[in-house]
Design a protein around this ligand. Structure first.
Ligand SMILES: [Ca+2]
Length: 211
């Protein structure tokens, strides 16, 4: 039994997939302490809204808990997103990890996971929103959050490009929200791992029976 558990653990680790996200920690461009980078120039590696003014961008802030020097920020309904060079695979659990905080008064921000569609100016057209996570930030620190989505055995999202997207609050009166250190990983869906474990256990029993 002990050997079986170790074998299952090995399978989980070897099948974990970390996806490449360009400028995932918003360290490009290099900024001096307290400096901003914002619209209408697109954020490096990201497709973002460009409505004018400091609506979204990158900031070398003094926020506690940030990764590296810079964070990304979004004001109200402004957003930034990235379509990855990978597609959704069946029976996988996708985990989007990120940091979220606020730059002023308590406010909300949302992380989203999309399948397919066309990405332009921070907006996905023709795609499917698979999962989202809206968090109210009361603390001024950058705190860790996760958005989890498991693909079924079949469905329209299978084979479609993966897009991660982040937006500011939709509430008037609320202010800037911050994001940082965006990471996406996938592992075989739990039932698949249980099936693998059951198969290994059956194999171990057969081997034991032969001895
Ligand atoms: Ca960063």
């Amino acid at each position: 039994m002990l050997l079986t558990c170790i074998a299952i653990g090995t399978i989980v680790v070897s099948n974990a997939q970390a996806f490449s996200i360009t400028n995932h920690s918003f360290e490009n461009p290099a900024l001096g302490s307290g400096s901003f980078f914002y619209s209408p120039t697109q954020m490096p590696g990201w497709s973002s809204t460009a409505t004018g003014g400091p609506d979204r961008g990158i900031w070398n802030t003094t926020a506690t808990g940030k990764d590296g020097l810079n964070i990304a920020f979004a004001y109200r309904n402004n957003a930034f997103a990235q379509q990855l060079g990978d597609v959704f695979v069946a029976n996988r659990t996708y985990t989007l990890d990120y940091l979220q905080g606020r730059t002023g008064a308590p406010t909300r921000g949302t992380a989203e996971l999309w399948a397919g569609g066309t990405l332009a100016n921070g907006v996905v057209t023709g795609g499917t929103l698979l999962a989202s996570n809206t968090v109210q930030m009361n603390s001024s620190t950058m705190d860790p959050f996760s958005l989890v989505y498991s693909t079924p055995g079949s469905g329209s999202m299978i084979g479609q490009p993966i897009t991660v997207r982040f937006t500011g609050t939709t509430e008037s009166g609320e202010s800037y929200v911050s994001f940082d250190n965006v990471r996406l990983n996938a592992v075989p869906e739990p039932m698949t791992m249980v099936a693998m474990g059951a198969g290994l256990l059956a194999l171990a029993r057969r081997r034991r029976a032969r001895v």
